[in-house]
Write a protein that binds this ligand. Structure first.
Ligand code: NAD
Length: 271
């Protein structure tokens, strides 16, 4: 029940009906007796200025999760952002300080690492391939560099995007080996699909069949796509005996990071 004393958090994007954060957060708030609620905001782009000014003055709102298509544009419009959000030019969460200043961070990469850790996979020292170098792929690649992977290969249907990310991460993590070329999946400990390939009922795989044949059962295979939960890639990997990580697992594993940044939950929560 939202009452006069209830403090709010929000999620903003467009469209918004598909997001799961409100039910996840509101379930946690209810189960843990918090006088807090999350609302979902479907915002028109031409209302962004008014929205930011409203956020600054909205005294019973602690913060706001940010989703497509506003992650990049909002990163340039806040009063301060974390180093990683600055490097990624993208925020997925905003905190409103008591004086109205808005601070941003991007915890997509943390969600990825948390989900992997929960299944016993540690990224440090591992060799990783990330397919898709857009918003979420960049965040995962950044987090993998921070976690100390031993070699990172980046791929994208847009060579320009992949080359750009190799260059950006290379300057941020000069000791890290970041490459573009690979001929087989055999020597990767971690394979991540961070592209939208496999969404809906497309049945598509992000790699050619011949390349997938080289996938080994000891490779940890993750997908960011949330629907379907078991993508064609994950289905293939599971059939080969690989441990898999789903998009919903990654989304759930960053709930505490989002909530803690907004001052609404502890860092470690299970919805
Ligand atoms: P984006 O558009 O910023 O990036 C997608 C990238 O994938 C682009 O660079 C594109 O060129 C590349 N790509 C497309 N087809 C490809 C192919 N066949 N092979 C290689 N690369 C290809 O999108 P985004 O914001 O990064 O989102 C990507 C997906 O991640 C979406 O499906 C989104 O719903 C999902 N997502 C999941 C979570 C989660 O927590 N599970 C979080 C954020 C986003």
């Amino acid at each position: 029940m939202i009452q006069g004393s209830t403090e709010l958090v929000a999620i903003v994007g467009s469209p918004i009906a598909q997001v799961k954060s409100p039910e996840n957060f509101n379930t946690w708030f209810a189960n843990n007796g918090r006088d807090l609620a999350m609302i979902a905001i479907d915002l028109r782009e031409n209302a962004l200025d008014a929205f930011l000014s409203t956020l600054r003055g909205w005294q019973n709102l602690r913060g706001c999760v940010v989703t497509v298509p506003y992650k990049q544009v909002l990163a340039t419009r806040l009063d301060g952002v974390s180093n990683r959000a600055k490097a990624l030019c993208s925020v997925n969460v905003i905190r409103r300080e008591p004086d109205g200043r808005l601070l941003g961070d991007n915890v997509d990469g943390e969600g990825f690492l948390n989900a992997a850790r929960r299944q016993g996979f540690q990224s440090a020292g591992k060799r990783a391939l990330v397919i898709g170098c857009g918003g979420v792929g960049s965040a995962i690649a950044y987090a993998l560099c921070e976690a100390g992977v031993n070699g990172l290969v980046l791929d994208d249907v847009s060579a320009e995007r992949a080359d750009g990310l190799v260059e950006r991460l290379g300057s941020l993590f000069p000791a890290q080996r970041i490459e573009r070329a690979y001929e087989s999946l055999a020597d990767f400990d971690l394979l991540v699909n961070a592209s939208p390939v496999g969404m809906g009922d497309s049945g598509e795989l992000p790699l050619p069949a011949a390349m997938l044949e080289s996938l080994q059962p000891d490779t940890y295979v993750a997908d960011v796509v949330t629907s379907p939960e078991i993508t064609p890639l994950l289905e293939f990997a599971r059939a080969r005996g690989c441990t898999i990580q789903t998009g919903p697992q990654m989304a759930l594993a960053q709930l505490g990071n989002l909530g803690a940044f907004m001052g609404a939950t502890p860092l470690e929560i299970q919805p």
